[in-house]
Design a protein around this ligand. Structure first.
Ligand SMILES: Cc1cc2nc3c(=O)[nH]c(=O)nc-3n(C[C@H](O)[C@H](O)[C@H](O)COP(=O)(O)OP(=O)(O)OC[C@H]3O[C@@H](n4cnc5c(N)ncnc54)[C@H](O)[C@@H]3O)c2cc1C
Ligand code: FES
Length: 264
């Protein structure tokens, strides 16, 4: 069940151009947290920006009570967050959303495009710890934009890299690594988890549909309340009869067969 916790920022640093990793002391927030869930974050009481911003749990250490966030500066909210100094308070509403499905397959293929890696690293840990063979396909525009390399390696997942400009790993989109990964992971024994930009997720959705592979996508959407009350985060459903789904409460993780993936 979600609640509001005030945490204390322990550290905050730029780990790649325009991307900040923040560690927050917030024991109340990490208790019961599942990989793939998110927090609706506010950092200054009663001042701009008024709305909270949704950010995935990137890491969590229940013993020390710390929560890791990894975010890209795209607008005024995330820019303000990147300026927060250690020692500052941070309001965390959550944990929110459903999170990734619990591990139950023999193989898992995780695809993270750009900042879409953020909600996947905890899943890689949980799946590898449960004995699942995890292949992590990581993509970015360029070598300097690759995120969370150390954290992914620490999970024990097998890592393959693709960059759009060929400066590291395979030269091309991360989805071009999928056919080789799929050939080593049979349908019926494999689950695919993906987070990233809309075009990437649509390519994953198509490829998994064609190969009859179970696939879950984590969607990003602009949010208002974050708790199911405002309909601000609705996405189109594929199932007849239920026309929209709320990313904040029905998601952010969806079976890829059930949603229409659009660009935010
Ligand atoms: C469940 C969930 C988890 C997320 N996790 C992360 C994360 O771990 N790390 C991270 O960097 N980002 C994450 N995002 C996206 C993040 O919430 C937005 O980038 C952020 O809210 C933008 O706020 P802003 O004030 O900086 O930008 P704004 O000034 O509000 O907007 C700037 C640009 O960002 C786009 N944008 C705004 N809000 C969102 C949004 N919610 N989703 C996608 N694009 C948006 C706008 O269309 C616009 O182009 C997540 C989004 C969701 C829904
Ligand atoms: S953000 Fe308000 S219903 Fe989802």
């Amino acid at each position: 069940m979600w609640h509001e916790t005030w945490g204390e920022v322990l550290s905050s640093r730029e780990v790649a151009p325009g991307v900040t990793k923040m560690v927050v002391l917030a024991p109340g927030a990490v208790e019961g947290l599942r990989p793939g869930q998110f927090f609706h974050v506010r950092w200054q009481e009663s001042s701009a920006p008024f709305l909270r911003r949704p950010l995935s749990a990137f890491s969590a250490d229940k013993q020390s009570g710390t929560l890791g966030l990894l975010f890209r500066v795209v607008g005024k909210g995330t820019a303000a967050m990147a300026r927060i100094m250690p020692g500052s308070p941070l309001s965390l509403l959550g944990p929110l959303g459903n999170g990734w499905p619990a591990p139950r397959s023999e193989h898992a293929i995780l695809l993270g495009g750009g900042i879409g890696v953020a909600p996947l690293v905890m899943a890689a840990s949980e799946y590898a710890d449960a004995g699942v063979d995890v292949q992590f396909l990581l993509g970015a525009a360029s070598a300097s934009d690759l995120l969370a390399l150390d954290e992914i390696r620490a999970t024990g997942a097998r890592l393959a890299i693709a960059t759009d400009d060929g400066t590291a790993g395979h030269h091309g989109f991360v989805t071009s690594l999928l056919p080789a990964a799929m050939s080593a992971a049979p349908a019926g024994k494999t689950v695919v988890l993906a987070c990233g930009p809309g075009p990437m997720l649509r390519a994953v959705q198509r490829a998994c549909g064609d190969a009859a592979l179970e696939c879950f996508v984590s969607l990003e959407q602009r949010m208002g309340c974050g708790v199911g009350a405002c309909l601000g985060c609705a996405v189109k459903a594929q199932a007849p009869g239920s026309q929209y789904k709320k990313v904040c409460t029905d998601g952010p993780v969806f079976d890829a067969r059930t949603v229409v993936i659009e660009d935010v």
